[in-house]
Design a protein around this ligand. Structure first.
Ligand SMILES: [Zn+2]
Length: 80
């Protein structure tokens, strides 16, 4: 069975379902054929978002990822 093709919103390249990056947000589905295109879109989006809107969520995500890094480091230390 042929897999569905998506079109990258950044460069227009087509890619099969199961590859690339697909994000659903605010009733919109975003398709990116590569991480580079997703990063380019993120940069463009963040340039347009007001600092006061993004500051809270930005700190939350950084804290969450920071905790995750800490946990990973602690668990790898236990193995050694
Ligand atoms: Zn692309």
């Amino acid at each position: 069975m042929a897999r569905r093709l998506y079109e990258c919103v950044v460069c227009g390249r087509k890619f099969p379902q199961g590859q690339g990056v697909v994000i659903h947000k605010a009733g919109v589905t975003l398709y990116f054929h590569s991480n580079d295109c997703a990063a380019k879109f993120l940069r463009l989006l963040l340039e347009r978002v007001d600092d006061s809107c993004v500051k809270g969520p930005l700190k939350e995500v950084l804290e969450e990822l920071g905790e995750s890094i800490k946990r990973r480091r602690e668990s790898s230390r236990k193995v050694i």
